[in-house]
Design a protein around this ligand. Sequence first.
Ligand SMILES: NC(=O)c1ccc[n+]([C@@H]2O[C@H](COP(=O)([O-])OP(=O)(O)OC[C@H]3O[C@@H](n4cnc5c(N)ncnc54)[C@H](OP(=O)(O)O)[C@@H]3O)[C@@H](O)[C@H]2O)c1
Length: 316
Amino acid sequence: MAEKKIIAVIGATGAQGGGLVHAILNDPDAPYSVRAVTRNPQSDKGKELARLGAKVVAADLDDQESLKQAFTGAHGAYCVTNYWEHFSPEKELAQAANLAQAAKDAGVQHVIWSTLEDTRKWVRLDDNRMPTLMEKYKVPHFDAKGEANHLFTRSGAPTTFLLTSFYWDNLIHFGMGPKKGPDGKLAITLPMDDKKLPGIAAGDIGGCAYGIFKKGGRYIGKTVGIAGGHLTGRQMADALTKALGQEVGYNAVTPEVYRSFGFPGADDLGNMFQFKRDFNAYFCSARDLDVSRALYPSLQTFEQWLDRNKGRIALE
Ligand SMILES: NC(=O)c1ccc[n+]([C@@H]2O[C@H](COP(=O)([O-])OP(=O)(O)OC[C@H]3O[C@@H](n4cnc5c(N)ncnc54)[C@H](OP(=O)(O)O)[C@@H]3O)[C@@H](O)[C@H]2O)c1
């Protein structure tokens, strides 16, 4: 039997990387083995990945040498950063630089960089339709990832740029689930008007990444956008109504109102939704559903995701 090629997975204990780990481990014909990267192999999640068959190794995104060790001998590397742990675009850029250089130095043959648009290419900093944040960003958690693309290109690491989508899991974990308004009725709140929001089951991102690795070099140097569905707020509310058996409305606020909600990152997310709303045709077309499903035939629709996860959505 041919020896399996190693895929090193950053964020293996998280949503994106975890999805890739499971996609590989659940495929009995996988030509790959998994090297799961975490800061703490002894955590419950680290131990669970080892029990499932992954080799679990320690590395830190802030430590380039540790990443190089984690990547050495690997054929592929899945690279993701977690903006929401520190809320710092500069830190995210530095971590991306570490990933790119470590992958290059370790001789990795295929890197997937989990990225998003640098929205400043569409909305210049002097464009006042949305506020500039932290002095040089419009959507900090997007812009830093998009700006980091060139770090991968410049390093010479053979990279696929993976444009991800809004996690439907945000309805469970990110405080975006249906909430009761003053009228006592449940509603989801999004500043998207009647525009479509590309979304995906977070775990399916890893499934699509696995599909990209399996295509060999075909996607190296290319940008691939993925989504499991493009739905308006109204369509999401209707699907929630059906799945939950309770009326859920769609509260279409303005981005200005959303930015004023005051929770950490509300201004960043308000600008993000406004970008998705104002450049909707581009944003949806960059995340083609057929391409996504071809990469990962088990890709869930919103209805399928809801069917499996409706019991986890808190109705506040
Ligand atoms: N929520 C959304 O709708 C959405 C949509 C598209 C993109 N995103 C992006 O997704 C990213 C987060 O990915 P996720 O959801 O998969 O994360 P997650 O589930 O929150 O898990 C974070 C992962 O990152 C790892 N990590 C964080 N800091 C690290 C460090 N210094 N060194 C090594 N590993 C580190 C953690 O590993 P250990 O703790 O085990 O070390 C963990 O596996 C964010 O940047 C966000 O902008 C989110």
